[in-house]
Design a protein around this ligand. Structure first.
Ligand SMILES: Cc1cc2nc3c(=O)[nH]c(=O)nc-3n(C[C@H](O)[C@H](O)[C@H](O)COP(=O)(O)OP(=O)(O)OC[C@H]3O[C@@H](n4cnc5c(N)ncnc54)[C@H](O)[C@@H]3O)c2cc1C
Length: 297
């Protein structure tokens, strides 16, 4: 029996069940009231890098694999994926939480990372969403629906992820200038941050290009700095920065010291989301205490 088949059998077809990854975001989207409703069986997804094709820029990996182990395997060939997280975080957990990386300007969103997901549905039947190569999906792109779903639509056993080359050079610069002054001087910055007084920018790429951009930014009064330590809580915003915090420019995310609350979901969207969940999991057995709409950002 393969690890994927063993995972399918462990999930089974009856009773509340969820996957436990590293547990680093266990409370996210979780309704404490629903948590007390009854025991939920916890299963673990398969672990290990199964196949890495550096030339194809894809990797097939068990969803229970720690991100650090995946990063180490990819780094041997100068590649990385657009998933990040604290020590212990797993590939499946990062995808199910679906938070995009700070370096999204270069790596893209978390949804772009997932090409194929081998899953077990609420009926205990295994299915595969997506495909092993970029852009070969016809019909509904289920992988996009799965990212950020907190394991409420299906439990993910194995995935194929898109990889990226690790940049040859990178540098953070910061200075008392507005983001609009920075953008004409940099090509696809990995991140631009704005705290209302200073802009910090992460430039990445070939060493000569990074040097060139650093020269232009230093003419503007920006200086090399260590990577900034951001306030711990992420808030969704529309438009610019208001109040204290650090804005991820162009991402609609502000990092603040105060905890964030989940934004209100329009009635129509909530009703549609409930129907989607019902159609995947009519008995609500998959991660029943979690609601992806309870996640702030
Ligand atoms: C300080 C910090 C920095 C972070 N930075 C980034 C970042 O830069 N980029 C980024 O992408 N993310 C970031 N994150 C989010 C991070 O990706 C998640 O915290 C982490 O990856 C979750 O993994 P986990 O294995 O601990 O999940 P867990 O906490 O174990 O699980 C989280 C949820 O996902 C469900 N789940 C887990 N695995 C599966 C599976 N295989 N199938 C179905 N459901 C599953 C669980 O049931 C649970 O509901 C950050 C988080 C922190 C705390």
């Amino acid at each position: 029996m393969t690890p994927l088949e063993a995972f399918r059998d462990e999930v089974g077809a009856t009773g509340p069940v969820c996957v436990r990854g590293g547990g680093t975001r266990w409370s996210v989207g979780r309704d404490p009231a629903a948590d007390g409703a009854g025991p939920v069986r916890e299963v673990r997804a398969p672990v290990g890098v199964e196949a890495f094709e550096p030339a194809e820029m894809t990797v097939r990996v068990g969803a229970g694999t720690p991100l650090v182990d995946l990063a180490a395997a990819l780094a041997e060939h100068g590649q990385e994926v657009a998933l990040d997280g604290p020590p212990g975080a797993t590939v499946g957990g990062a995808l199910m939480v679906g938070r995009s990386p700070l370096r999204r300007g270069r790596l893209g969103e978390a949804t772009d990372a997932l090409l194929q997901a081998d899953c077990v549905g609420a009926d205990g039947v295994a299915f595969t969403a997506g495909g092993p190569t970029v852009k070969n999906v016809t019909g509904y792109d289920l992988c996009r629906l799965l990212v950020g779903s907190l394991g409420t639509l299906a439990l993910v056993g194995r995935v194929i992820l898109r990889t990226h080359p690790i940049p040859e050079a990178s540098a953070w610069l910061a200075g008392p200038v507005e983001p609009s002054a920075v953008s004409p001087l940099v090509h696809r910055p990995a991140t631009v941050l704005w705290d209302g007084e200073r802009t910090a920018v992460l430039v990445e790429g070939h060493a000569a290009d990074v040097d060139d951009q650093m020269r232009r930014l230093s003419d503007l009064g920006m200086v090399p700095v260590d990577p900034p330590v951001l306030p711990p809580h992420r808030h969704r915003v529309e438009g610019g920065l208001s109040g204290a915090g650090v804005l991820e420019v162009g991402a609609g995310v502000v990092h603040r010291d105060e905890p964030a609350t989940a934004p209100a979901v329009p009635n129509g969207v909530a009703a549609l989301a409930a129907r989607v969940r019902d159609s995947f999991d009519p008995e609500r057995r998959l991660n029943p205490a979690c609601d992806p709409h309870r996640v702030p950002v």
